[in-house]
Design a protein around this ligand. Structure first.
Ligand code: FAD
Length: 521
């Protein structure tokens, strides 16, 4: 039977290495590539930079599909409301999509899959957002997520290299496939503008990282040409405060799936071949394995984005302090290094990994003693690469709530940035107000004599805030509070269910777990 098929794009906004799209084209007479603007995911609180990236990625996808005599259909609404109408309107017989491990996505997909069944529509999903099938990794570790990077490495070594990416469909693959696209449809299903999404684009800065698969592949090519740089890449040696990024900034493209992580992996393998190169955890392959590590944790650990009911997360008596939180978010802490990073984040939507370290430590265990869950929300809105699993995992790491336990190692909001930028050029770029301060005061303008502040045209307390806390004092106090949280954890928590010895068994798949849960409900 020749199918009428919907391929549902969510993440995976690309044609290359898209096995679910290829599955859609098999025995297909009509193809409807669909993207749904879901109010749960694409609401007005999501930062405008991120929305702009998405719109760019959709335009690029539409353009590539048109080259294959197809197009993208963009709809709005809850997927479970939208699909039944589409199934009927287009007489659909097959639905394909990329598997997504986020809890919201799993619930959504379960609902849509069961609606499809009711409408007699076959459902096919494929894994292509991660290097491996995450459930296989968990299964291989006796049904538990590996809690250390070393353990993950050992498991993936057993599994062998990730699958090779598959090429994008060609006109030949589309020979017998039509996408009905009348004039009526042209307008009805077009990609909205930012204004139509009620976003005010007048405050948008320059688009440094335009969304889309073509841009992703172009950037990947550029990086891969720098063979020396790729082979000697060591993450700790890259700088948080260089004036242009010292790492790849492929993260937004990977998050939205404009770039397949397997394509990235295998391109790196080609560059490494026959050359001396760095290794995980610090190499670029190593970075992709960090991603896999946090994805595995996010699938295997319940309530991964929360402190409570999350078995690996240390319970800490974080303060609620709206004033401190707002100062951090709005770059008004009075520490220029922290405020410059938060300004870059808001303006450009990307900051270096070690810059994320600095501001995450500052918000949580280092200085402000505010919950990592609050920081996670701010990052989710402002980062172009905001990713449920990676954001939650890294925030737990930085706040020493899970994975990393050396809470006594606190980043100084003054000394850390100086290591790679003595002159404070990064601060001058993002906080031009401070640009006339001499290097010896740029990280601590409050220490500058009044005459220096006057000469710099910026009076601390008037034009730029005083430091919100005394770092030396609060960080000592906070280390003490962390010590207490850890002591409490080891007395309460010896029986943490995640730590119990696992027995070798097949892990239930996430879908099976959800099915079991919904049967119970
Ligand atoms: P590169 O160094 O070029 O690395 C290549 C790719 O490897 C990245 O694009 C990313 O996909 C992956 N990667 C690198 N570092 C990590 C890491 N530590 N954890 C997981 N994957 C990694 N990354 C996100 O993609 N989304 C997030 O929401 C996110 N939130 C974070 C929150 C905090 C508090 C911290 C400390 C880190 C967070 N990271 C997040 C991880 C990391 O900072 C970014 O992936 C990285 O800085 C992206 O820049 P890049 O593409 O130049 O990385």
């Amino acid at each position: 039977m020749a199918h009428v098929c919907i391929h549902w794009f969510r993440k995976g906004l690309r044609l290359h290495d898209n096995p679910a799209l290829m599955a859609a084209l098999k025995d297909c007479k009509e193809l409807y590539p669909v993207f749904i603007l879901d109010p749960y995911l694409h609401h007005a609180q999501v930062g405008i930079n991120r929305q702009r990236f998405l719109i760019g990625a959709l335009k690029d996808l539409d353009c590539s599909l048109r080259k294959l005599n197809s197009r993208l259909f963009v709809l709005r609404g809850k997927p479970e409301d939208v699909f039944p109408k589409l199934f009927n309107r287009w007489n659909v017989t097959k639905l394909t999509y990329e598997y997504d491990t986020e809890p919201y996505s799993l619930r959504r997909d379960e609902k849509v899959a069961s609606l499809a069944k009711e409408h007699g529509v076959d459902v096919i999903y494929k894994i292509s957002h991660t290097l491996y099938n995450i459930e296989r990794i968990i299964e291989e570790n006796n049904g538990k997520p590996p809690l250390t990077y070393k353990r993950l490495q050992a498991i993936v070594q057993n599994l062998g290299p990730p699958k090779k990416p598959i090429p994008a469909p060609t006109l030949e693959n589309m020979r017998d496939v039509k996408t009905p696209g009348s004039q009526k449809y042209e307008d009805k299903y077009r990609i909205p503008t930012l204004e139509e999404l009620r976003l005010d684009s007048q405050f948008l800065g320059e688009e440094l990282f335009p969304g889309g698969e073509q841009e992703a592949l172009r950037r990947l090519d550029e990086h891969m040409k720098r063979t020396g740089w790729v082979c000697s890449f060591e993450k700790p040696q890259t700088s948080p405060n260089s004036l242009s990024p010292s790492t790849t900034v492929l993260s937004p493209y990977i998050t939205f799936g404009c770039l397949s992580v397997r394509t990235f992996w295998w391109r790196l393998t080609e560059v490494y071949r026959g050359r001396k190169h760095s290794d995980p955890p610090v190499s670029l392959h190593g970075q992709l394995l960090w991603r896999e590590f946090f994805y595995t944790c996010s699938v295997g650990i319940p309530n991964f984005n929360k402190m409570n009911e999350n078995p690996v997360c240390t319970k800490v008596d974080w303060d609620t302090n709206q004033k401190y939180l707002a100062a951090w978010r709005e770059a008004r802490t009075g520490f220029p290094f922290i405020d410059a990073i938060m300004t870059q984040l808001r303006q450009e939507g990307w900051i270096h990994h070690l810059a994320r370290h600095a501001v995450a430590c500052f918000l949580t265990r280092g200085d402000l003693w505010i919950s990592w869950e609050e920081g996670q929300k701010v990052f989710e809105d402002l980062l172009l690469d905001g990713d449920w699993a990676l954001n939650a995992g890294n925030w737990q790491w930085l706040s020493a709530s899970a994975f990393f336990h050396q809470f006594f190692r606190v980043y100084s909001p003054i000394a850390f940035g100086k290591k790679t930028d003595k002159n404070g050029d990064y601060i001058k770029k993002y906080l031009p107000l401070l640009k006339k301060f001499p290097p010896e005061y740029i990280y601590e303008p409050w220490k500058a004599p009044r005459s220096v502040q006057q000469a710099a045209g910026c009076i601390v307390g008037k034009d730029y805030p005083h430091p919100i806390v005394q770092h030396e004092q609060v960080s000592k106090k906070n280390i003490q509070r962390m010590k207490e949280a850890y002591a409490k954890r080891s007395s309460d928590n010896n029986e943490s269910p995640i730590k119990k010895q696992g027995v070798k068994r097949k892990a239930p798949s996430v879908i099976e777990m959800l099915q079991k849960k919904s049967r119970k409900e």
